[in-house]
Design a protein around this ligand. Sequence first.
Ligand SMILES: Nc1nc2c(c(=O)[nH]1)N[C@H]1C(S)=C(S)[C@@H](COP(=O)(O)OP(=O)(O)OC[C@H]3O[C@@H](n4cnc5c(=O)[nH]c(N)nc54)[C@H](O)[C@@H]3O)O[C@H]1N2
Ligand SMILES: Nc1nc2c(c(=O)[nH]1)N[C@H]1C(S)=C(S)[C@@H](COP(=O)(O)OP(=O)(O)OC[C@H]3O[C@@H](n4cnc5c(=O)[nH]c(N)nc54)[C@H](O)[C@@H]3O)O[C@H]1N2
Ligand code: SF4
Ligand SMILES: [Mo]
Length: 735
Amino acid sequence: MSKTVTRPGICRICPAHCGVQVTVTDGVLTKVAGDPQNPLFKGYTCPKGRALPEFHNNPERLLHSQQRQADGTFAPIEVERAMDEIADKLRELVQTYGPRSVAVYVGTAVIPYPTGPLVANAFSRAIGSPMFFTSNTIDQPGKQIAQALHGHWLGGDIDFDEADSWILVGTNPLVSKATGIPGQNPGQSLRNAIKRGMKLIVIDPRVSQTAARAEIHIQPRPGEDASILAGLINVIINENLCDTEFLADNVDGFDELAAAVATFTPEYVTERADIPAQQLIDAARLFVTAGPRPGQVHGATGLNFATHGNLTEYLCLALMTIVGSWQREGQRVTRANALMPAFTAKAQAFPPYPGWGYGEQMRVRGLTQAASGMPTSALSDEILLDGDGQVKALICMGSNPMTAWPDQRKTFAAMEKLELLVTIDTQMSLTSSLADYVIAPKMQLEVPASTQLAEQLKYYSSGMGLQAAYAQYAPRLVEPPAGSDLTEEWLFFRGLAKRMNLDLHVVNFFGSLGGQYMEAPPVIFSLDPGMDVTTEQLIAELCANSRIPLEDVATHEHGFIYDVDAVVAPKDPDCTARLDVGNAHMIDELGAVRAEDFHVARSDPAYPLWLIPRRHNTLMNSNGTRIAKLNDGRPYNSVFMHPDTMAGLGLGADAPVTVSSAYDSIPSVVEADDSLRLDVVAMHHGFGGLPTGPDEFLKRGSSVGRLIDVTADFDPITGIPKLGNIPVSVTPREG
Ligand SMILES: Nc1nc2c(c(=O)[nH]1)N[C@H]1C(S)=C(S)[C@@H](COP(=O)(O)OP(=O)(O)OC[C@H]3O[C@@H](n4cnc5c(=O)[nH]c(N)nc54)[C@H](O)[C@@H]3O)O[C@H]1N2
Ligand SMILES: Nc1nc2c(c(=O)[nH]1)N[C@H]1C(S)=C(S)[C@@H](COP(=O)(O)OP(=O)(O)OC[C@H]3O[C@@H](n4cnc5c(=O)[nH]c(N)nc54)[C@H](O)[C@@H]3O)O[C@H]1N2
Ligand code: SF4
Ligand SMILES: [Mo]
């Protein structure tokens, strides 16, 4: 007789960390559905989470680690043996070339396994390598730079459910569930907020799912967010809508900011961004006057990909600060912790600190370690550039450089040049197909988990993380497939450390991964090579200073929202810290934006369209692109285009086209999308094959990264190149 068990669990495909019901029949994961008994999610899930059985049971899933053979094919290898060989090779490389020759790159598929990056980071430190990279610096690195230069407000964020207005810039949280509004059932949260009267303002070149619900949707040409935000600030200052008391008590740099935005008049900004003249003024007024509690201003990838990401993120913070949009003395403590340490929220600033220039120097483009982490866009060059310090070995964990890194051809050359490429991946990803070893890990419902990472994300950026003091713990819910030989991400690095006789000091803090501020000191857990530790124990150790003991959390198997009856404390009498809205570097950059001749940028007839990014509702970056239930029958990435633009170019639906930037070209097909501006096209990333392969774009799509030159238009602090706002042409494809 078959046996079916249904238990609560946590989907961790994305940072929302939805509480779900997990059904296992005869040892096989058969169903993942919303958990109506979960107090935060109340039964909510998205199609990706519901497809966890397809991910777990994917016939393409690797059940054994793989080793590349001399003829380029792969053969299974026992994971312990793979660790022996990899540890030997790393030891040799470190001895010959020094620790800097070994790099680690952590991607988004570690979200379910936060122990992985923490232990990998400890491993990098233990061998003495500074070359620890994450996808953050090709994502939203402007956030950490901006927060460093602006400082943090220790009273906390305004609750989305209490704000009278809210601004979103280049983020579509209804799909991405990531940044801007709480990612836990964002559609419902937004519906409730709008119902109670909150005024949403969205800045996006596309009528995104989120923009469609906005009171005011500013639909500008891409890349003009810094000008638009400067324009909003200018209107607010001119109309005396600032919170002068908050500014006097807590903020430096107001005069510098006011002077710098003065020339961003509504006339100038609206012409430059190509938006209706009155719209900017209306949006500025609405944000401040919608009610007594103006809310927050958040951006995400749209803004960070379009150049001037640090500045634009900084202006988002400045806009909140000039109107005093933070929790104040006597107001309730929002976002109290549960699995992170208790803290006292105070109505005061944590002062600005340097955002970059510390730690490791890259050998290319003058880049350094920064608050956002090491510049991933420069890693290919570090691998390709001969000489002292050259990277010879790369370990990729839950990441896929060949579909994610800008400049795919350069990435390919770099992967080929490495002496050792290891991926830890559940399938033969495009990058894995080039690896020397592919380490096969357990999948998320086969390992225990907590919601600590989702909570911790607030330290990585305001606008992310959990809105409530909510926590859940889930044990292992399904056994790995019979006959498999699988490890876990952290156990792989631990296995290497044991073989290399290294002590690991695991620091439970995003500082090493991007994000620099936490109220309480982080947990540091030391692991010497002789210790035996299970994943359950490691998770418990990382919760050692949590406000709510992990054992308590574990007793509420459907998750629990903990009471918080604290209010924001007054400023310490001796506190002299102030936020800064007039950082000199940012003000200079704003001046440089103002000095740009935007007419020139608009008028290159060779590349008349702008290519922007967008997220796919049922895929997570490259994850799921080959799963039929998730890819909508399209295992490729179309180029979305307004029907009028298609007509103008003589292109019909599904017409094969070439998308060209000044740097390179890729094949695609056209898909009609009337949510776009006429001069903008959009593509999903995460698709495509090797640059050497045939153009099988209808089978696996195209690499958008191939259109991007990492040495042009890159941010001098974080290194992020233009991943969006790319001038392109779209022309019919012959044959
Ligand atoms: N052109 C362009 N480029 C972009 C972007 C864009 O929008 N446009 N977006 C950028 C952004 S924001 C990001 S974050 C990066 C993403 O960059 P990456 O994180 O490097 O890319 P992903 O596609 O998320 O790679 C995830 C990999 O993990 C594997 N995987 C899936 N599940 C598991 C698991 O359970 N365990 C392990 N170990 N592996 C697993 C998948 O098979 C896949 O190979 O790309 C960036 N690059
Ligand atoms: N379903 C799903 N969820 C995901 C992911 C996924 O692949 N699928 N990926 C995850 C990852 S790694 C990340 S980083 C987050 C990203 O989360 P988001 O940043 O919210 O990503 P998008 O949903 O693409 O929203 C970006 C928006 O920016 C707009 N945009 C493009 N260019 C510009 C510009 O120049 N200015 C302005 N103002 N807007 C612009 C686009 O039209 C788009 O609507 O999502 C995460 N969640
Ligand atoms: S929103 Fe994210 S965490 Fe929730 S079910 Fe979807 S993929 Fe999973
Ligand atoms: Mo991302």
